[in-house]
Design a protein around this ligand. Structure first.
Ligand SMILES: [Zn+2]
Length: 335
């Protein structure tokens, strides 16, 4: 099986990354900035290009790739049983009043285009795929009741209940970023007012501080004793933890794994406050839930995609040898 390859694809609002892997580990990682101009098939065509490029670099015939796992920003809809992306950070037609995305797409026919060339395809929301990767290879420790939450530019999540990965009718479960938390909150990119993402995302932290600072700047200011930054971050921590308590009230989970750039870059500052607030919520439900940082760090994107299609007989070898740690640096392709 050493000669057989899997491919992983990670589609985000700023970049698209592709990796190839076999039983020895990840052999190549390439990425490009996400193309947002042209027709609505441009992103699946870009994915196809990157897959073929990676195959060519490794001397692999594209039709010998065993399976392609795709981890993508969402939400999704399904049409004729095929997944389309309906993501406000990719489709300008969904958020015309924001005018920041240079296209008028309302949906992206991801599966219809990719499946023409890549027959064994598994597509999941990126946070759902991350839940799979963290459970198999990261901080999830194989637990059957597990929630993964990403705290980044936006908020996403994926979950297992009784050992089963949950999907929902369009593959969007549990989309906790758009769960309401406040009555008169700020507007989210999705159009909701006062949902979790509108209150705690990296964008929300930057917006609350103002002055053109990024979320990372606000965290730095907080560390330097800036009172306003401290207040904004304390409020974000409280709301984030309440979001976790709400999802736990619904799913009765055992382990919550947190990833995403906002959290990972500032986990020492954030984790104690998240735990304090979480365990203050209805103790019968919150007690004993284990809140852990992501175990895969910068490999999570690649591993999320690859985990979706990794055969059972590869998993043990990857776990025992932590093969993701030996991945080569990602190559940026200009075009
Ligand atoms: Zn929202």
């Amino acid at each position: 099986m050493t000669g057989s390859y899997l491919a992983g694809v990670d589609i985000g609002g700023t970049k698209i990354a592709v990796s190839l892997a076999n039983t020895s580990g990840i052999s190549i990682r390439v990425y490009q900035n996400t193309r947002l101009e042209g027709t609505s098939t441009i992103i699946p065509e870009q994915v196809d290009f990157l897959l073929r490029y990676a195959c060519e670099q490794r001397g692999v015939q594209p039709d010998t790739i065993m399976a392609v796992g795709v981890s993508s920003c969402g939400p999704f809809v399904k049409e004729m049983n095929r997944t389309l992306l309906v993501a406000p950070n990719l489709c300008g037609g969904l958020v015309p009043d924001r005018g920041i995305i240079p296209n008028d797409w309302t949906r992206i026919p991801l599966e219809a285009v990719l499946s023409r060339r890549w027959s064994t395809l598994t597509i999941e929301n990126d946070a759902v795929a991350a839940a799979v990767a963290e459970r198999l290879f990261g901080a999830g420790g194989g637990e059957d009741d597990l929630v993964y939450v990403t705290w980044s530019t936006g908020i996403g999540s994926g979950a297992y209940i009784n050992g089963m990965l949950i999907h929902g009718k369009n593959g969007n479960a549990p989309h906790i970023g758009h769960m309401y938390l406040a009555e008169d909150g700020p507007r989210c990119g999705c159009g909701n007012f006062g949902d979790m993402e509108s209150l705690v995302s990296g964008l929300a932290i930057a917006r609350d501080y103002g002055g053109g600072l990024t979320a990372e700047d606000v965290f730095k200011a907080c560390q330097n004793g800036d009172g306003k930054a401290k207040e904004i971050i304390s409020k974000a921590i409280r709301n984030f933890a309440r979001g976790l308590a709400s999802i736990n009230a619904i799913l009765d989970t055992k382990v919550i794994v947190i990833g995403g750039s906002v959290f990972i870059n500032n986990s020492e500052m954030l984790l104690p406050g998240i735990r304090d607030e979480f365990y203050r919520s209805f103790p019968v439900l919150s007690e004993g839930v284990d809140i852990r940082p992501s175990g895969l760090g910068s490999y999570l994107g690649d591993m999320a995609a690859l985990s979706l299609v990794m055969p059972d007989d590869w998993i043990r070898k990857w776990q025992d040898n932590e093969l993701w740690e030996r991945a080569p640096p990602a190559i940026m392709l200009d075009r």
